[in-house]
Design a protein around this ligand. Sequence first.
Ligand SMILES: [Zn+2]
Ligand SMILES: [Zn+2]
Length: 166
Amino acid sequence: MDINIASIKNYEGKSVPIDCAIALEGRPGDDFKIIGPVSVKGLIRNFGGTIELSAKGGAKLEMICDRCAGEFTEDVVFDISESFKENERFERGSENENPDIIYFSGDSIDLDEYVYSNLVVSLPGKHLCRDDCKGLCPMCGADLNNGECGCDTRPIDPRFDILDTI
Ligand SMILES: [Zn+2]
Ligand SMILES: [Zn+2]
């Protein structure tokens, strides 16, 4: 979604509120699926000539549990924070060059890419359907969240083996 910043980009201290829902496409290789529109609420403002985006994102994701391989959906809330500068004001190689700043030209900024990247970095490395997911039985593959399968999965203590053979 393009946000028009014509009214703020030349006026320090000015801001525009953002309150929208965007249709965000996932990327190949994502280990989650975005269900429905992603909400973005916050502010974009001109702070000393830098355009700063500060917002909260909200999305519904479909994921596969890393422990039990079950599908589940989760509502996630994440911070969106980016700084932009207009291309013309930037001289490459100058001391103002800052890798954290995104350069744009024109009167609008397309937020989709930045909403997506902020969503991805907010996700934990492991997806669990619930914190105490019991996972699958290593012997028969049963989903232990549905109850014990009856397999003996206690670690075998080698000392008992010796007793058995006496
Ligand atoms: Zn699970
Ligand atoms: Zn089992």
